[in-house]
Design a protein around this ligand. Structure first.
Ligand code: HEC
Length: 94
């Protein structure tokens, strides 16, 4: 009985499932992205059939890598905004 109560209490306290990148702001991300990322590829890169990014972690890693490669100079929170934008508009990871 005691363990059942503990279990119920634990479930109630567990955080609600949060969408990936929900701390990012997609609008800020779009502005950052459109400024620094469209010299090589437009957004069809993110919807092509053979896209390489398959998980939220891969998306975050890719953005981080492209940030470094292109010298965009984004802070981690700016990377989160771009991740929120790309996920919201193209990848739709839950
Ligand atoms: C110098 C050219 C170039 C620039 C600038 C560039 N990218 Fe890319 N990006 C590429 C290429 C090439 C690929 C495809 C790589 C492959 O197919 O293996 C790619 C792929 C990607 C993918 C993966 C797409 C998939 O298949 O799911 C993401 C996400 C991405 N880029 C994000 C960004 C972001 C964010 C920026 C801005 C910081 C950026 N890119 C700027 C060249 C570029």
């Amino acid at each position: 009985m005691k363990s059942a109560i503990v279990l119920m209490f634990g479930l109630a306290l567990a955080p609600a499932h949060a969408a990936p990148f929900d701390k990012g702001d997609p609008r800020a991300g779009k502005a950052l992205h459109d400024k620094s990322c469209q010299t090589c590829h437009d957004s069809s890169m993110y919807t092509r059939a053979a896209r390489i990014v398959k998980t939220p972690a891969q998306l975050a890693a890719r953005i981080s890598g492209c940030n470094a490669n292109t010298g965009a100079g984004w802070f981690p929170e700016e990377e989160r905004h771009v991740a929120a934008y790309l996920n919201h508009n193209f990848y739709h990871f839950k």
